[in-house]
Design a protein. Structure first.
Length: 297
């Protein structure tokens, strides 16, 4: 006779732990994720472990960019970017730039259950089908100002639903000049025309607040990370958005004109002259001073 096994929880035994965590196990048959203890018990930031667990729970093809993760978590771009960098350094996350059959470049993200591991015994997972390319809207025939363009091999792919590029004709030329100067300080800060148009209004606000162009460039290029996990435009947009604008410059205080002394009659010659107190005019004072000198000599 086959012995039946029950899934009912066992009663507390004499050797059961009386301190620390006590697990109440439930057998899951759907909607669960397998995570290695090395990752779940990883020392360091709890944000890093949480981001890793969330990525492992997502189906293939889900976006895991910094923007997508910030929409799910309450942490900001800096903590999310740091967590992805730690996972990439530890070997759990890998980003590859692959060329599609159409010639476009796309960045694919691979996440490993074990650092350096490969696919399981069931075989490699099929890659998600490529989304159809959106129809390109007609571009207005306008001459735009020159802007540093990203090389074709480094330009990001245009995803479905992305708004069309806008020419630089309507952008502030001073703001565009500041953005174009960033690559001279850090060659990695190469912006496309669409990114320059998107960042130009924030640069204009800084310039209008009285900040000099070289000060804006210094603020955007100081203490940049060694490795970018996203496009440089995302880091620049974050700094422009999170850095408070300085107070508008105050002009020099207006000086009140000196009060004009009133007219008075000289006590010696009755001539009119201006003075704060009654007395003698300048000529009478000089005459009296000369007489005193002659009398003394």
């Amino acid at each position: 006779m086959v012995e039946t096994q029950s899934n009912a929880p066992l009663r507390a035994s004499a050797g059961r732990s009386t301190s620390g965590v006590i697990h109440v196990r439930t057998r899951l048959t759907a909607d669960f994720t397998v995570i290695s203890n090395a990752l779940a018990q990883r020392r360091g930031s709890a944000v890093t472990v949480g981001v890793a667990a969330y990525i492992l729970s997502l189906p293939d093809g889900s976006p895991v960019t910094i923007t997508a993760l910030c929409e799910h978590f309450s942490e900001g771009e800096i903590l999310i970017s740091r967590a992805l960098r730690e996972l990439e350094d530890a070997g759990y996350l890998e980003r590859r730039r692959e060329r599609l059959s159409t010639g476009r470049i796309r960045t694919r993200t691979y996440f490993y259950d074990v650092p350096g591991g490969g696919p399981d015994q069931d075989g490699p997972h099929p890659e998600p089908p490529e989304p159809p390319a959106p129809p390109k809207p007609p571009r207005p025939r306008q001459r735009s100002a020159p802007v540093p363009q990203t090389p074709a091999s480094d330009s990001p792919p245009c995803e479905a639903g992305e708004e069309p590029a806008i020419p630089l004709a309507d952008a502030d030329p001073k703001a565009v000049a500041v953005l174009a100067s960033l690559r001279r300080v850090d060659p990695r800060l190469i912006l496309s025309e669409r990114e320059a148009v998107r960042l130009a209004p924030a640069i204009t606000s800084w310039l209008a607040a009285g900040v000099a162009p070289h000060q804006v460039i210094e603020m955007l290029t100081a203490r940049l990370p060694d490795h970018f996990l996203s496009r440089p435009a995302g880091i620049l947009a974050y700094r422009l958005r999170e850095t408070p604008l300085p107070a508008p410059p105050q002009g020099p205080p207006t000086e009140r004109p000196a009060a004009v002394p009133p007219l008075r009659n000289c006590d010696g010659c009755e001539r009119a002259f201006r003075a704060a107190e009654p007395g003698r005019c300048r000529s009478c004072r000089e005459r009296a001073a000369g007489e005193r000198l002659r009398a003394a000599g």
